[in-house]
Design a protein around this ligand. Sequence first.
Ligand SMILES: C[C@](O)(CO)[C@H](O)COP(=O)(O)OP(=O)(O)OC[C@H]1O[C@@H](n2ccc(N)nc2=O)[C@H](O)[C@@H]1O
Ligand SMILES: Nc1ncnc2c1ncn2[C@@H]1O[C@H](COP(=O)(O)OP(=O)(O)OP(=O)(O)O)[C@@H](O)[C@H]1O
Length: 326
Amino acid sequence: MGAVSLSGQTRTEREVRVRAPGKVNLSLRVGAREPDGYHPLATVFQAVSLYEDVVARPSDEMTLTVSGQQAERVPTDETNLALRAARLLAVHTGVQAGVHLHLHKGVPVAGGMAGGSADAAAALVACDALWRTGVSREELTDLAAELGSDVPFPLTGHTAVGTGRGHLLTAAMVRGEYHWAFAVRDEGLSTALVFATFDELISGGTRLDPDADRALMQALRAGDAPALGRALHNDLQHAALELAPSLAEPLAVAEDAGALGVLVSGSGPTVAALARSRQHALVIAAAMTAAGVADDVATAVGPVPGARIVPAGTAGPLEDPADRSL
Ligand SMILES: C[C@](O)(CO)[C@H](O)COP(=O)(O)OP(=O)(O)OC[C@H]1O[C@@H](n2ccc(N)nc2=O)[C@H](O)[C@@H]1O
Ligand SMILES: Nc1ncnc2c1ncn2[C@@H]1O[C@H](COP(=O)(O)OP(=O)(O)OP(=O)(O)O)[C@@H](O)[C@H]1O
């Protein structure tokens, strides 16, 4: 155990492990583009049990390594959202310390499930604990929103309504658990391009109806999965299909396999199918694999909690492979 100096204090060197979830937008309603380039949203997020694990260790620099699903597609330079989160927290709090972050990815990259946003949320929580900054949860949420519209939600987790750019959250009342099957594609979709394609398709005319998700919220309160399946909605789906027409295939296969509802997750290209049970989610995933309509499949349950510290010694895919060669 070494000792490091932090803001004039000496403390025992340690590591902090944080786990943050990916998300599905149960409903994603998009208003007309505003002058700042962003679109007002009315969305309902649900956190699902595909996780990003982040380990933060004291370091003189800000460095990053990545392992896990599609790790080779994640940038490790200063554009990485987790590194940007660490830097933002250091600047905000005046902490003069570095960190080594290791990300273990379990959420599809550029898949519309906010994997990078979950990394950023986890990095904020991990660095906050490592550096003992003492910032409030509200401040962390504000910093999260500076990093990206989707970053506050993985801090909060569970099920929440998102307004503004999607970053203003209100917890939703939810009964029961919901089982999901996902069709994952190797090639991601750019969120900005999907929004731009949406603009072309609607050519200026759309208004957010505050009552549009009444049936969906009622289904969640009642724990009624079939009603939730009928109420799933994504305004960006048409644009995602325009850019990746083959997404129609996993949508159709999941429907044929009896999914209660199926949609493109967020800006895509991951396709999310709501199942009747965990077993049924496995059946839908198997059907998508057998039909060859996905590069990979996954199953998950929601809602699950937001970013939280994982006690040391907890089993899980949290190790930095670089350590094994030491
Ligand atoms: C599609 C969703 O995943 C739904 O939850 C999010 O809206 C995307 O959130 P995100 O990836 O965190 O997006 P940001 O990093 O904030 O923005 C990336 C780009 O997406 C577009 N964008 C994003 C959010 C929003 N409300 N309107 C937008 O038009 C903008 O072109 C922006 O430049
Ligand atoms: N930590 C990170 N993990 C994954 N991608 C990252 C990360 N940091 C930056 N990126 C970049 O961000 C892009 C989007 O990644 P991400 O996995 O968050 O997409 P997404 O799930 O579609 O996001 P969202 O659903 O929030 O729109 C990637 O193509 C990658 O270049």
